[in-house]
Design a protein around this ligand. Structure first.
Ligand code: ZN
Length: 692
């Protein structure tokens, strides 16, 4: 096996923390001693080292073996992994102008470096010879899978192209990575640029006191004491949409959110979208596919655009029908107020909240005090304890990149180390919107040793104030459990190879481990373990839990319509065969009209701020959330059917066949091993309350 360690570090200073092993027993990066100026030298040296490793594989005089080719590739690039792990995590969670500049500088280098592997004829020839001879190599399941994966990645990256087309592809990739970066940066800049200072307290009527207080503190922090500041971070403006009586303020904030990067200014993304799509179309064609969707989906569980459209159509109509019923109910409420107003997008949350209260007497603000962040997080940890026997211990002396970050050590029932999880839950400038799981290091075997991962869960939940802890909304609770599910997928991994490890699975399978956790979070048995009033410690009363249960399918027509319209918009963009005359807003409008979208609902992400598909790696992939929901609804049924949602046997089967396996087998095969049968799509429609 050719593991190259101890390569010379000519020209590098010894103080750069990336150039020595992270000394920490868990392999946690020494955040406090990493400075922005350390990244570029480490990236450059890391690329150089891995290139030398590639060259050694390419120039190896021995004929190709699994060990001297595939395993050697798997174990290459250690320094580059280290620096990338730290940099890209912080670039998402704690960026600044310096890191933005580095990202711009390094992105084209990295895409070029990836091309240097995948367009390397000598290495491809070795991989291809192994692939063609795979029947005779006596490989185990994981080895077979990883060989296939490398072969496919090479072909999909253009390894089979002629030299001129290879050069074209390099150019496209370089331009594409820059354009995608620009998209994300424009969006973040637009997010940060928007500030709405309210000067008249009258405009805040209806808002919960805690929201008013947060807005006052935000204004004070921005140097405008005595005013109230709202931003287009969801934690800031969603309460206004839900509770704000002032219709004009609701409209202003919702449109500011929806129109991000669509304001014909320096942060506008319309031209960027056109460029991205043109490049993606060129790339797909070069690789022998008709459209980007055909190319992308070839590497998923769904496989083809036809299959995805067919799936989306089967859910879209039931969801839209339900949304129309909901709209009629909301309009009735407005009519009863006698103002003669017609329901608009900025009214939906407000009246839905009122209707929720009327129907279920469920007031989100009355619930929040039971959802202190620390308690909810402990609830998620305890659930993992009950299902998988995991134990969590807070580590107070670990390096941190921000004061809000906390670290936990996770051990298995037998006391062995599972890994480390960092949680980083509060919004701040420099953190992108939304919530995600990521890793600093991933699980794999190196030198026969099982290296355990360092995982992070990031969110943008309500910040604690001077007199209140962070109190989560129901949505936040669900998100916390969701991201923790991704974390478990990364943490429990037991694969030999990095490329098969943890969440490195096909995209329409990756949301199963996360979404299944959402099924547990509001179950009465589970909720009682963590929902304790932050002042009195009182467990959430049974009536309140019952209401949460009953309200579970409330407003789901809206939720699904918002989500599915985005999934269809994504598919429409990536099914284009030509984007030369693309007018983004006209296209978006036509896409919505074609599917009969109602004007009272705005697509979950409008084109110019649809980061998932234009910068986040979810192109022709936004459907995956719904696809995975069929999987998670069906998988959760396996627990429900036993009459015990903590059923140990089912949990063990889920852990052994799904969570530990990463991508070591085809997703459907793993699923069949766990469940014994294919997932049933009706499980989703029942869960959402569209059918009984
Ligand atoms: Zn997810």
């Amino acid at each position: 096996m050719t593991i190259m360690t101890g390569l010379a570090l000519a020209g590098c200073t010894t103080e750069n923390p990336f150039f020595s092993e992270f000394e920490n027993q868990y392999g946690i990066p020494p955040f406090e001693s990493i400075k922005p100026e350390h990244y570029m030298p480490a990236f450059k040296e890391g690329i150089k080292q891995q290139q030398a490793e590639y060259d050694a594989i390419a120039n190896n005089k021995d004929s190709a073996t699994f060990a001297n080719t595939i395993e050697a590739l798997e174990l290459s690039g250690r320094l580059l992994q280290k620096v990338s792990g730290v940099f890209f995590n912080l670039y998402s969670a704690e960026t600044n102008e310096k890191l933005d500049t580095i990202a711009n500088e390094v992105s084209p280098l990295l895409s070029e470096h990836a091309d240097n592997l995948y367009l390397n004829d000598a290495i491809f020839a070795r991989v291809k010879s192994l692939y063609n001879n795979r029947e005779n190599l006596q490989l185990n399941q994981e080895q077979n899978r990883i060989l296939e994966k490398y072969y496919k990645n090479f072909v999909r990256s253009g390894a089979d192209l002629n030299p001129a087309d290879k050069e074209k592809l390099r150019e496209i990739n370089k331009k594409l990575s820059l354009a995608e970066l620009t998209f994300g940066q424009n969006l973040l800049a637009d997010n940060n640029a928007y500030q709405k200072f309210v000067t008249d307290k009258e405009e805040l009527k209806g808002l919960p006191e805690s929201v008013v207080q947060s807005a006052a503190e935000a204004a004070k922090a921005a140097g405008q004491e005595g005013k109230w500041l709202f931003t287009i971070s969801k934690a800031s403006f969603m309460p206004v949409l839900q509770y704000g009586e002032n219709r004009a303020l609701r409209k202003e904030l919702l449109l500011a959110w929806a129109n991000r990067s669509d304001n014909n200014d320096a942060n506008d993304n319309k031209a960027v979208i056109k460029q991205i799509l043109q490049l993606r179309i060129q790339k797909a064609k070069l690789l022998g596919f008709e459209t980007p969707a055909d190319f992308i989906l070839d590497n998923t569980m769904a496989k083809t655009p036809e299959k995805v459209y067919e799936f989306l159509a089967s859910v879209w109509q039931p969801a839209l029908n339900q949304a129309k019923k909901e709209a009629a109910e909301l309009q009735k409420m407005m009519d009863a107020e006698g103002k003669g107003e017609k329901l608009e997008a900025w009214d939906w949350w407000y009246y839905a909240e009122k209707l929720r209260k009327a129907k279920f007497d469920l007031d989100e603000e009355a619930i929040r005090p039971y959802f202190k962040m620390e308690n909810v997080r402990q609830g998620a940890f305890d659930l993992a304890g009950k299902l998988y026997g995991l134990k969590f211990k807070q580590l107070t002396d670990m390096p941190k990149y921000h004061a809000d970050v906390e670290a936990f050590e996770i051990t298995d029932a037998d006391g062995s180390l599972i890994g480390i999880i960092y949680t980083d839950y509060f919004p701040r400038p420099g953190k992108r919107a939304g919530a995600w799981m990521s890793n600093y290091t991933e699980q794999l075997y190196r030198d026969g040793k099982n290296i355990r991962p360092v995982i992070v869960n990031v969110g943008n939940f309500t910040k604690p104030t001077s007199d209140k802890p962070s109190l989560l909304s129901m949505d936040d609770v669900q998100t916390l459990f969701h991201e923790f599910g991704h974390a478990l997928h990364g943490l429990l991994s037991q694969t030999t190879y990095l490329s098969l490890s943890g969440t490195n699975v096909v995209r329409d399978f990756v949301e199963l481990p996360s979404q299944i956790m959402e099924n547990w979070c509001f179950e009465p048995q589970v909720i009682k373990t963590y929902a304790k009033h932050y002042q009195t410690g009182e467990v959430m009363p049974d009536e309140m839990i019952e209401k949460i249960q009953k309200a579970g399918t409330f407003n789901q027509g809206f939720v699904m319509t918002e989500l599915l319209s985005a999934a269809i918009l994504d598919m429409d963009y990536h099914s284009l065969k030509n984007a030369d005359n693309l007018d983004v807003n006209t296209f978006e409008k036509a896409s919505m009209e074609k599917m009969g979208m109602i004007p009272e609902i705005i697509v979950r992400y409008r084109s110019t701020n649809f980061n998932h598909i234009f910068a986040g790696g979810y192109s022709a992939g936004y459907y995956s959330y719904t696809w995975a929901e069929v999987l998670d609804a069906d998988a959760y049924q396996a627990f429900v059917e036993t009459g015990d949602i903590y059923n140990k046997e089912v949990a063990t089967a889920f852990r052994k066949n799904i969570l530990e396996k990463g991508d070591s087998e085809e997703a459907m095969k793993l699923y069949l091993k766990f469940r014994g049968k294919e997932p049933n799509p009706a499980a989703l429609l029942v869960k959402r309350g569209f059918i009984n």
